[in-house]
Design a protein around this ligand. Structure first.
Ligand code: BMA
Length: 813
């Protein structure tokens, strides 16, 4: 087999004006025009009206390429496009090859007849918006939605492109994945797969299979060899003579593995990976394919209890406390991410003591690089199908297109053990319910309960869950919280105080969030001179009444700072306070609550949003707060509303623990520990255990701060965090003199020791685009904290720590 890449420079023509440009493949028209300076860049937050014209035009991509005699002589010659966005007609040397209509699919066209030595390939992409609006008119019924325009619902194109409540409208047009010519023998093997029919410490029995496309006139005898490798070591093999039929079919065999090593998620064991290789020999040709293989069982356990039913994701029989984030695409240009881009994000996620990422249904299916990293790191993936926040059509053609997409996605990515479950959609159950009142089946119901359910039923490696959230029943979304997974948006969405989190007892919080401004790095790039009322900042806020809500929540926690940077600092801290309260409440409820996934991980443009890492990759305080709250084992303090006593919990989701916890009361007026209590921290199994209480109603919110530490049985400190008795504005902080000393580590990393003369609240190095070992922590007087900054820093980087003590405030509110 050979493969000739057609990636690189292509010609690009505007279908209306005939104007010509240079294009990059993989890429997008908008990206090329931005790079050529013909469209505003993404920090111009008023860009939407200046770029919209692109989505209303047709665009013609073209390129020439040569094929050798040998290439032309191969038995099968195919043009492979891993992704086209979205509606295109293809022509090779003037011969029509076919069309594309789903940006999530890979397309193959037989070019045996059309190919010659000198070739010209033309890809005519129709205006996505005109095409989708045409479909909308044809469908007739009016479909409802949140975010974007109704036309988006009719296409298999990343839904967020039409604008979301955290991102600009940028309706991409392009060839966004690799293009190549492939020549091969009359057979091609692809998408190897495995099912686990038995898994014990002694033995794993696998049903292995591979798809073969045979361009053969008649059935032919073939020999299949399936091999399982553990690193370089062959550990199981089976050979099977089978008869190849013409066309695309799947062929199976059995494989047994002695003393199998299981794949475990982070914190529960080694994420052991095997490699499955398949060789198919037929008629003198030999072709092969391979995939990762992870031996693990995943199921959703839903035992009944007094409240309803728990929702526990079990891996290899272990109940896992799922801690993590919701993932939206990394950029406004879906599909262009590299392994390096993913590595940076996933390492940061794992570093924050998280073990699950939910790929949200309004975005894009990420690629193998993403899942390979999750496989290797032991990160669990909750994978939505790409439907979000709306009524979806259910005519036959649309259902068929979705079936093809799901078949492809499940076969292409299903071998990755990190994918813990497939989920039908994001937040569409409420649309199903609502439309059921006027039609027999709700909009989209057929997709999530028939089409996707059918396809996923064939995947034996993981469960299928019809929607997120979903509470196991039709005719009510009210039970959400007692059954199934829950998106809780009373805080922010319902503008209730974030303390309300403490009364939310969902079984698996797959979404909840609080907004904040991005770092001053971004604010200054967008508009250094403007007040927060500036138009360019307004445009960054896509959520209705966003600025009012931010002021409401921020003023609940803090005095109003005198300047913009001060406001951004406390506003970000408010987000961290809110998320922390919710997360620690849910984590301490394990197993009654077994998941907390923060909405949302990162930003794909300079937005004011729920992200915990901003568009410049500056980690917000929430990132560091979540890292502490998710630490395992952990000791967390929870104060039920109005209670005299705070409850101390040991979180031992990773299994039995025995150690010691200490609660100290620190008086910031005298800079001394004035009270302390020690607790035996013991817990059995995978859960959280209440290990004691601590009287907090007698404490003074202006001067007392609680420090909670957890020690292992040998006395080493595993964790320490601090809690306030009241709100941060109640603390009588004094001006702090922060002293920073810099040293270079052996690997060039910068090490800083920070000290303060008085208790300092939320000490941080702000605006650092990258990795800091810790940030936004409290320092007692005279105490030293050492933090490490990794990676290259911008030239203007200055280690200038700040803390809440020194933020100037206005004096009348
Ligand atoms: C959730 C998500 C998104 C949205 C977010 C913030 O419900 O599913 O659709 O961006 O809320 O509003």
């Amino acid at each position: 087999m050979f493969s000739i890449s057609l990636d690189g420079a292509w010609g690009l023509e505007n279908g209306r004006s005939g104007e010509r440009y240079r294009a990059s493949v993989p890429g997008f028209v908008q990206k090329d025009l931005m790079e050529a300076g013909l469209l505003p860049n993404l920090y111009d937050t008023l860009l939407e009206s200046k770029i919209e014209w692109v989505e209303h035009d047709d665009w013609i991509y073209s390129r020439k390429f040569r094929l050798s005699e040998e290439a032309l002589g191969s038995e099968a010659l195919e043009l492979v496009l891993e992704g086209v966005d979205t509606y295109a007609e293809l022509e090779l040397n003037g011969v029509a090859l076919g069309r594309t209509d789903n940006m999530f699919l890979t397309y193959r066209f037989d070019i045996k007849a059309a190919a010659q030595a000198d070739n010209e390939l033309v890809v005519r992409i129709q205006s996505p918006t005109a095409t989708l609006q045409g479909k909308e008119r044809e469908f007739g019924d009016k479909l409802t939605l949140w975010n974007g325009i109704p036309a988006r619902l009719f296409g298999r194109k990343a839904q967020y492109g039409y604008g979301w409540d955290w991102g600009a409208r940028l309706v991409t047009v392009g060839i966004h994945k690799a293009v190549r010519v492939e020549g091969h023998a009359s057979i091609r093997a692809f998408q190897p797969a495995y099912e686990i029919s038995h898994l014990s410490d002694e033995l794993a029995l696998l049903n292995v299979s591979v798809a073969v496309d045979a361009k053969l006139a008649a059935s032919t005898a073939a020999n299949f060899t399936f091999r399982l490798y553990d690193g370089g070591q062959l550990c199981a093999q089976t050979q099977q003579p089978l008869t190849l039929k013409s066309g695309e079919h799947r062929y199976c065999a059995g494989l047994s593995v002695e003393r199998p090593k299981r794949w475990y998620p982070i914190g529960h064991g080694d994420p052991h990976l095997y490699r499955l290789e398949v060789v198919v020999e037929a008629g003198g040709a030999s072709v092969s394919a391979e995939c990762p293989a992870g031996l693990r069982e995943v199921n959703i356990s839903m035992p009944y209890d007094e409240q309803g039913r728990k929702f526990i994701i079990e891996v290899n029989g272990i109940p896992v406390l799922c801690k993590g984030v919701n993932w939206i695409p990394l950029t406004l240009f879906p599909g262009l991410d590299t392994a390096e881009d993913y590595r940076r994000e996933l390492e940061a996620i794992a570093d924050a003591n998280m073990n699950m990422v939910r790929i949200w249904g309004g975005g894009n299916y990420e690629n193998h690089d993403f899942f390979d990293l999750c496989d290797r790191m032991g990160i669990l993936v909750w994978q939505d199908f790409m439907f979000a926040c709306g009524d979806y059509p259910d005519d036959e053609a649309f259902c068929e297109l979705v079936r093809r997409e799901a078949d492809f996605i499940v076969a292409e990515y299903g071998a990755h053990p990190s994918i813990a479950l497939w989920c039908g959609n994001n937040e569409n159950q409420v649309f199903v319910e609502r439309s059921r009142e006027k039609r027999k089946q709700g909009y989209g119901e057929k997709l999530y309960f028939e089409v996707l359910d059918d396809v996923c039923a064939k995947d034996k490696l993981r469960p299928y869950w019809p929607s997120s959230p979903y509470c196991l029943t039709f005719n009510s979304t009210k039970l959400e919280g007692d059954y199934g997974d829950q998106h809780y948006w009373g805080v922010w969405g319902g503008v209730v105080p974030y303390e309300q989190y403490l009364s939310v007892n969902g079984r698996f919080l797959s979404e909840f969030g609080m907004q904040s401004y991005p770092s001053m790095r971004i604010m200054d790039k967008v508009d250094a001179a403007s007040s927060l009322r500036g138009k360019r900042f307004d445009a960054m806020q896509k959520s209705p009444n966003g600025i009012q809500r931010l002021l409401y929540y921020t003023s609940g926690d803090y005095y109003m700072p005198a300047d913009k940077a001060g406001f951004v600092y406390v506003n970000q801290l408010m987000q961290a306070n809110a998320l922390r309260l919710g997360v620690e409440h849910w984590v301490t409820r394990m197993p009654d609550t077994s998941g907390a996934l923060v909405w949302q991980w990162s930003d794909l443009w300079p937005s004011i949003s729920w992200s915990i890492v901003d568009y410049d990759k500056v980690r917000k305080p929430s990132y560091y707060y979540m890292k502490r709250s998710f630490q395992s084992p952990g000791a967390l303090l929870k104060r039920p509303p109005g209670a005299a006593e705070s409850e101390l919990y040991l979180v031992h989701d990773r299994g039995d623990f025995q150690g010691r916890a200490v609660v100290e009361v620190y008086d910031i007026a005298t800079e001394a520990v004035v009270d302390a209590a020690a607790y035996a921290a013991e817990g059995k199994g995978h859960r959280s255990t209440r290990i004691g209480g601590f009287k907090t109603d007698v404490l003074n919110p202006s001067r007392h701060v609680l420090f909670v530490s957890l020690y292992d049985h040998s006395g080493s400190r595993l964790a320490r965090s601090s809690y306030l008795v009241g709100k941060p504005h109640e603390l009588a902080l004094r001006p702090a003199r922060l002293v920073v000393k810099e040293a270079r580590g052996e690997n060039g990393e910068r090490r800083y020791s920070l000290t303060s003369d008085v208790f300092a609240k939320d000490v941080c190095l702000p605006n650092v685009p990258g990795t800091i070992s810790d940030n936004y922590f409290d320092l007692r007087a005279g105490e030293t904290a050492e933090i490490v900054v990794h990676g290259p820093m911008p030239a203007d980087f200055l280690a200038a720590p700040i803390c809440l003590n020194n933020i100037g405030t206005i004096d009348y509110v």
